[in-house]
Design a protein around this ligand. Structure first.
Ligand code: PEP
Ligand code: MG
Length: 559
């Protein structure tokens, strides 16, 4: 038994067999040219055949869209033109791996230039390349494996496209060597209630098939757990299951309502909202609806997508965020290519500079979906930095027929000036993931900077406090929709600072509901004040823990 440590996301716990996602193989620049080109051609084409056969076999074992994708990818490996290209390169003296690498690179370039449907197939071409090159170099199969049983997925990191390719119904847990707690894999895992630990050194050395116990609350991954370690993780899983049975609205111990809302990426996440008894959607990340698309969705397609979410939410409140494309969530049809520093570039609301019609179409589609469903929908814009941007968005949204308009406070400039923003909009929602990134000048995807990205950093707490106070003074709602709201101890601080609602991954709600219900508003204020009195994140956490109800501390196994 071996214990690996990292940063846990959420509180879940699980035991299951390990499956590793291997990175794409590179081709060494000094690979030797083949002695016998004819034999090398056979080797190259046999590798492409083997890739196609494996994918076709997998397609035969699944159905629907996944089977179609697998068959389409297999057909690329069998494409006569690609095979001719590879043959020609090998006969010209290139080793098989290099020939496959270069020939597929040319296809990628041509598909990308062609745009549209062909550009969407670039991922499939790369997938064929990676698998064939790995085979030719006797390396393990790269990419997302086809899971044939519930498993714990271990990877260096997962791109949004990798996560999308996983059969999430079979993913028990996720362990990443790299990745940050607010990166998108962590967010998606949190959303689905999948226990996740990031920054786990040595995760990729765990052999496939070996059992691992993942305890997100403890940030621990036990490899080949003994009976006692297995029992502890299972006990934690059962304690959380008990909390999940309470689905009452969020309320402090003295009865002040604190609506608990969900951060979602699409209609399929709404089942979890229902199960967790949440009071609505506090953040619909609309960019997630269109990840992997090369062309902008049309107006009617958008209306349909938003209508499905609004209808499924029923009479619950829904806050839709306009596209937050760029940086960690690039969308091919919006994001500028080649920006040196995309997190500080044209992302979120700023994309209006390049393509005002895209935002207008989106807001029109949301307004139409709201009209068709007869529901009032709240709409907010991400990455607002100035009062002028807030005013521009509010004017556009009202012009399109939206009656409740908000902006996110996730840039320090916006937090410091929330008072002025609230003169333009009806509500604000604090995004602590980006607020921490920008306040601390630390890339949220940079695993080595986790300590700086901590929402318990005194400067981040100060910014949240400033924004919340502005809301109280203006009598306008200030909610929090960053992942920090999913931490039950931080949730108490946020309530104490004046947050009127908390939006989080549905899986986090039971622990947050339980913590809030055991503390009065005054107690939350005292906890917030104690945290803000500290000069370090650890000090702030310790000060808050000191005032935490002992029963909550025990049940949630807070340190
Ligand atoms: C945030 O930044 O806190 C937020 C909720 O937005 P996202 O994580 O989607 O950037
Ligand atoms: Mg954000």
């Amino acid at each position: 038994m071996r214990v690996l440590h990292g940063q846990g996301v959420g509180r879940g716990a699980v035991v299951g067999p390990a499956v590793t996602v291997h990175a794409a193989p590179s081709v060494p620049w000094d690979l030797l040219a083949p002695g016998d080109p004819d034999a090398e051609v056979v080797r190259a084409l046999t590798a492409l055949d083997a890739v196609a056969t494996t994918l076709e076999e997998r397609a035969g074992r699944t159905a629907g869209a996944i089977a179609e994708v697998l068959r389409a990818t297999a057909s690329i490996a069998r494409d006569p033109e690609l095979r001719d290209q590879v043959r020609g390169r090998v006969m010209g003296g290139q080793p098989a791996a290099l020939a496959v690498d270069r020939a597929t690179a040319e296809v990628v370039e041509a598909f990308t230039a062609a745009g549209g449907y062909l550009a969407e197939r670039v991922t499939d071409v790369r997938s064929v390349r990676d698998r064939a090159v790995a085979l030719l170099q006797d390396l393990p199969e790269p990419g997302v494996p086809a899971l044939d049983r519930p498993s714990v997925v271990l990877a260096h990191d997962l791109a949004p496209a990798d996560t999308a390719a996983l059969d999430l119904t079979k993913v028990l847990g996720v362990v990443l060597e790299h990745g940050g707690p607010t990166g998108h894999t962590a967010i998606i895992a949190g959303q689905l209630g999948i226990p996740c630990v990031v920054q786990v050194v040595g995760a990729l050395a765990v052999p496939d098939g070996v059992d691992v116990a993942v305890d997100a609350a403890a940030g621990a991954v036990v490899v080949a757990p003994d009976r006692e370690a297995r029992r502890r993780v299972e006990a934690r899983r059962d304690a959380l299951a008990d909390l999940e049975r309470d689905t009452r609205p969020g309320r402090t111990a003295d009865g002040s309502p604190v609506p608990l809302l969900a951060n979602v990426g699409g209609v399929e996440d709404l089942d979890a909202v229902d199960c967790a008894g949440l009071e609505g959607v506090g953040l619909l990340r609309t960019e997630v609806l269109f990840l992997g698309r090369s062309a902008a969705p049309g107006l009617q397609e958008q209306v349909d997508a938003y209508r499905r979410v609004i209808e499924t939410a029923g009479d619950r409140r829904v806050v839709i965020r306009t596209l937050d494309a760029g940086a960690d969530k690039p969308l091919a049809f919006v994001t500028r290519r080649g920006e040196e520093n995309p997190a500080l570039g044209v992302r979120g609301f700023r994309t209006v500079r390049d393509d005002p019609e895209l935002l207008r179409d989106q807001v029109l589609a949301i307004a139409q979906a709201a009209r068709e469903t007869g529901r009032e929908v709240q709409v907010m814009a991400p990455m607002i930095s100035t009062v002028q941007e807030a005013a521009q968005f509010a004017a556009l949204a009202r012009d399109c027929g939206i009656t409740s308009v908000g902006v996110m406070v996730e840039v320090p400039a916006a937090a410091l000036r929330t008072r002025d923003l609230l003169a333009e909009v009806d509500f604000v929602s604090i995004g602590t993931n980006d607020l921490a990134q920008y306040a601390m000048a630390a890339d949220r995807l940079h695993g080595g900077l986790i300590d700086l990205l901590d929402t318990w950093q005194p400067a981040v707490l100060d910014l949240v406090a400033t924004a919340a106070r502005a809301g109280a003074d203006a009598g306008r709602p200030v909610g929090v929709c960053g992942e920090s709201a999913a931490d039950p101890l931080m949730a108490l601080v946020l309530v104490g600072l004046g947050a009127g609602s908390l939006s989080m991954s549905p899986a986090a709600a039971p622990a947050v509901r339980f913590a809030i219900a055991r503390h009065t508003t005054d107690r939350c204020r005292a906890i917030a004040q104690a945290a803000r009195g500290a000069v370090s994140p650890d000090g702030a956490r310790a000060a808050a823990l000191d005032l935490l109800d002992a029963h909550v501390r025990e049940v949630l196994s807070l340190p």
